[in-house]
Design a protein around this ligand. Structure first.
Ligand SMILES: NC(=O)c1ccc[n+]([C@@H]2O[C@H](COP(=O)([O-])OP(=O)(O)OC[C@H]3O[C@@H](n4cnc5c(N)ncnc54)[C@H](OP(=O)(O)O)[C@@H]3O)[C@@H](O)[C@H]2O)c1
Length: 242
């Protein structure tokens, strides 16, 4: 897909990796709806930056913890931009919880934003849009059995499987792909030392950046022959060296 003039919704687009994806889309000439939950100020600042660069940029608030909120977000985005061409399921939470710590509230706290919301948004996108591309942000851990963050891990593994099922279900009209980052940024509130202490060995000995992730998102969106693919952008970490 040529991204120029296309309409994209980026969940969690105001900060961090989502922000880099919004900038990438603007670089490619796409118009962007920046979804935010708590990061209103950052989302407003990003919208203003993108508009100064000559692309159409919109804001849409939603707490993605219910089917209604997901459907309302899609309807808001469509009301502002018309049927979307691109959906980026980027919003997510990450908590370290072992199986024994995971009561139902803990499970739902990860499963809703990380899996159920993307699943509902994919469905809503396919209802409104005849054609387009969806990219789900995953995690290199989907190749692992990391027992330190089980609800998070399972939510991302589920989204990886949904990526492949949705890819075949929605072909030929919509492509559905995944980008699986390694350790890019420390969780909000932690510093760079957190990555050094927790990320484990990276075979290529590189630090993955938000812009590396955004470039991979662009690659899958622009290539009309890709669907059901999961691109690991992790310096080779998913290969199992730790
Ligand atoms: N950072 C990494 O190193 C890393 C590594 C592996 C995978 N990933 C994946 O890459 C993607 C981006 O990573 P990131 O670190 O930039 O993400 P993040 O900062 O952890 O989360 C992105 C945004 O998700 C939104 N969000 C969280 N809960 C929400 C809810 N209930 N309703 C609506 N929005 C909600 C928040 O938006 P507001 O701020 O507006 O509230 C948050 O800023 C995620 O899917 C993540 O799992 C990241």
């Amino acid at each position: 897909m040529d991204l120029k003039g296309k309409s994209a919704l980026v969940t969690g687009g105001g900060v961090r990796i989502g922000r880099a994806i919004c900038h990438m889309l603007a670089d490619a000439g796409a118009n962007v709806c920046i979804h935010y939950n708590r990061s209103y100020d950052e989302a407003v600042a990003l919208r203003d930056e993108l508009e100064e660069r000559g692309v159409e940029a919109h804001l849409a608030e939603a707490n993605l913890m219910s089917e209604t909120a997901c459907n309302e977000l899609m309807e808001k985005a469509v009301a502002m931009m018309g049927p979307l061409d691109i959906l980026i399921n980027n919003a997510s939470v990450f908590n370290k919880q072992k199986i024994d710590d995971a009561d139902m509230d803990v499970w739902m706290g990860e499963m809703w934003p990380n899996f159920f919301a993307p699943a509902q948004l994919i469905r809503a996108f396919a209802k409104h849009s005849e054609k387009g591309g969806i990219v789900n942000l995953l995690d290199r851990r989907i190749e692992s059995l990391d027992a330190s963050c089980v609800p998070y891990l399972i939510s991302k593994k589920a989204l990886a499987e949904l990526t492949r099922v949705a890819a075949i279900h929605y072909a030929p009209r919509i492509t559905v792909n995944g980008v699986a980052p390694g350790a890019v940024l420390p969780p909000p509130g932690k510093d760079e030392q957190y990555i050094k202490d927790h990320a484990g060995p990276v075979p290529l000995e590189v630090q993955v950046t938000p812009e590396d992730i955004a470039r991979a998102v662009r690659f899958v969106l622009e290539n009309d022959t890709l669907t059901g693919q999961i691109i690991f952008v992790d310096g080779g970490q998913h290969l199992g060296n730790g």
